[in-house]
Write a protein that binds this ligand. Structure first.
Ligand code: PLP
Length: 389
């Protein structure tokens, strides 16, 4: 088959590939501890499930408007006001199957050949993949361990050119768990305003934060006109399999994204959208408990990793990932990923799955029980001894 040339530019998310390899080993009887998956291991809160069941029983089984049902878009407008202090309109909100399509469709609508997009590296691999796919030029912005995986403002400014069309930021961050400070966000806002650059602010981990409050780019004064706010239900509410996300963006862009929805998904699942209203408006106790449980696991895994010779790990402030430095083990991150899966039966991701600045690191997701994390760490300790023998 002769594929379109653009397919050679499309990247992937290695997490899904490692999961497939891990499952193949499990099928052969090998025990695997899964620390590669970017999704909460909790069940979706009960009241949200009940709302979905009720919606199905009420007959919410038909197409919905492509941009989303109005009551959900209104609830999102309210949530953005409550959480970010910014007034938006229903016409600026688009609901999509997961937050990924907001990323994909806004880049598809805006970026063309020759346009440069600055994006965090290491970062969510889909940024680089989609920029390449549409013919844009990805410009990696290094995130630096010594700065708690924030970027250097001078380095950031040096990457901006006359061709920069968009800047992607992500806080709390995948894969490092780092968060950007208000000052970092202000630097981006200053540059974007001066140079008329669009900003895509990916805030899907905004609720999973262990110190202080989430600083949203969207809350900065005067940025709304050039910002796409991307958020969703997957991570906060343990709803990855429901496929529910949303974006808030200037109305003229929202119209283009709606058109892309019409041409692709038609709409997001209707009964899921009804349940999503309950996610936004219902009780938060279960979601708060998720974060407290993640905090315990974070402290456990950070201490455990730092106890393994050759590994050092800073304490992340958000999300449910750690990004330990493994440079002292003198093996490439990719080889180490394979060694740990095949020898230790522990599935983790090479830092390079998140871009070239991820070399020398691994990503662990601690969306797993303390018991399993403990077993995983013990196995890694043993497997690394074999490595040096
Ligand atoms: N943005 C980041 C940084 C992510 O890590 C993910 C998922 O892993 C997404 C966006 C997309 O999430 P979803 O499409 O499940 O809403």
């Amino acid at each position: 088959m002769k594929f379109a040339a653009r397919m050679s530019r499309l990247g992937t998310e290695t997490a899904f590939e490692v999961m497939a390899r891990a499952k193949a080993l499990e099928a052969k009887g090998k025990s695997i501890i899964h620390l590669q998956i970017g999704e909460p291991d909790f069940t979706t809160p009960k009241h949200i499930i009940e709302a979905a069941v009720a919606a199905l029983r009420e007959g919410q089984t038909h197409y919905s408007p492509s941009a989303g049902i109005r009551p959900l878009r209104e609830a999102i407008v309210e949530e953005v006001y409550q959480r970010r202090g910014v007034k938006s309109k229903v016409e600026e909100v688009i609901v999509t199957p997961g937050a990924k399509p907001i990323l994909y469709f806004t880049i598809l609508a805006l970026i063309e050949e020759g346009d440069e997009v600055i994006y965090p590296n290491p970062g969510f691999p889909i940024y680089e993949s989609v920029i390449n796919f549409v013919g844009g030029t990805p410009v990696p912005l290094p995130l630096i361990e010594e700065k708690d995986f924030r970027f250097d403002p001078d380095e950031f400014r040096s990457l901006v050119t006359n061709r920069t069309k968009m800047i992607i930021i992500n806080t709390p961050q995948n894969p490092t768990g780092g968060i950007l400070t208000k000052r970092d966000l202000e630097v981006v806002a200053e540059v974007a305003r001066q140079r008329k650059i669009l900003v895509l602010s990916d805030e899907v981990y905004k609720n999973i934060i262990y110190e202080g409050q989430h600083e949203s780019f969207y809350s900065l004064p005067g940025v709304k006109d050039f910002t796409i706010l991307l958020d969703g239900f997957s991570k906060t509410y343990a709803m990855t399999g429901w496929r529910l996300g949303w974006g808030v963006m200037p109305e003229e862009l929202a119209q283009k994204v709606e058109k892309l929805m019409i041409n692709s998904n038609s709409c997001t699942s209707t009964f899921s959208q009804h349940a999503a209203i309950q996610a936004l408006k219902g009780p938060t106790d279960e979601v708060d408990a998720f974060v407290e449980e993640f905090r315990k696991r974070r402290d456990f895994i950070v201490a455990g990793l730092n106890d393994i010779p050759g590994i050092s790990c800073i304490t992340p402030k958000g999300a449910f990932y750690v990004f330990p430095n493994v440079k002292n083990l003198n093996i490439s991150s990719q080889k180490l990923e394979h060694h740990l899966l095949n020898e230790a039966g522990v599935a983790v991701l090479s830092g390079t799955a998140f871009g070239k600045y991820g070399e020398g690191y691994l990503r662990f997701s601690y969306a797993n029980s303390i018991e399993n994390i403990n077993t995983g760490l013990e196995r890694i300790r043993k497997a690394l001894k074999n490595l040096s023998n």
